[in-house]
Design a protein around this ligand. Sequence first.
Ligand code: COA
Length: 175
Amino acid sequence: MISTERLNIWPLEPQDLAKNYSWANDGGLCRLIGALPMPKPFREIEGWFSNVTADPETHVFSIKLKDGCHIGNAELRDLDLRCGACELGIMIGESRYRGQGYGSEAVKGVCGFAFRQLRLHRIKVRVLQYNEPAFAMFKRCGFTLEGTEREAFWQDGRHWDIRIMSLLCSEFERK
Ligand SMILES: CC(C)(COP(=O)(O)OP(=O)(O)OC[C@H]1O[C@@H](n2cnc3c(N)ncnc32)[C@H](O)[C@@H]1OP(=O)(O)O)[C@@H](O)C(=O)NCCC(=O)NCCS
């Protein structure tokens, strides 16, 4: 378990999937993370859970308040232990808990785990052009914009850029 000031961050468990089911069917949230905007049955969420928990290159976490309330998820994926690199994904699925610092607190907790326990060197995030809150949050957490995949994502009848940001272990420790 990763403990921060207001959060406990756990490996995702089967009893957490009810929340994931509702988040996976939240159209506004799917748009922000670039997930397919279509109804997802519970068995699809269970299939996703089986796949990610069996995948040695992925760690999926539930983000919980100290009282146990499950407010979001984080994921370290595409773990490359030779290069010490991975990609981070995060969502505060419960919209009423956004904008209160929980996202950045969770990012710092998960990055601390990745750099100190997994001994990674670099963490990458991919942020859709229209997702300003996420871009601002990662910047505030010390991530640097390193490039753009131009017009790489199709949504709302047009193409959007994907912004690539990264954080190095040395930058995290300096902060
Ligand atoms: C992106 C997300 C994880 C941020 O978490 P959060 O708890 O809402 O963010 P925080 O409260 O920690 O905010 C930290 C900083 O992010 C930025 N930010 C957060 N919400 C914002 C908003 N609605 N508009 C603009 N900037 C915002 C600000 O810079 C903020 O700093 P400030 O409080 O000094 O203004 C959350 O909004 C979320 O889950 N969104 C939906 C899923 C998603 O977009 N995931 C990321 C995919 S790349």
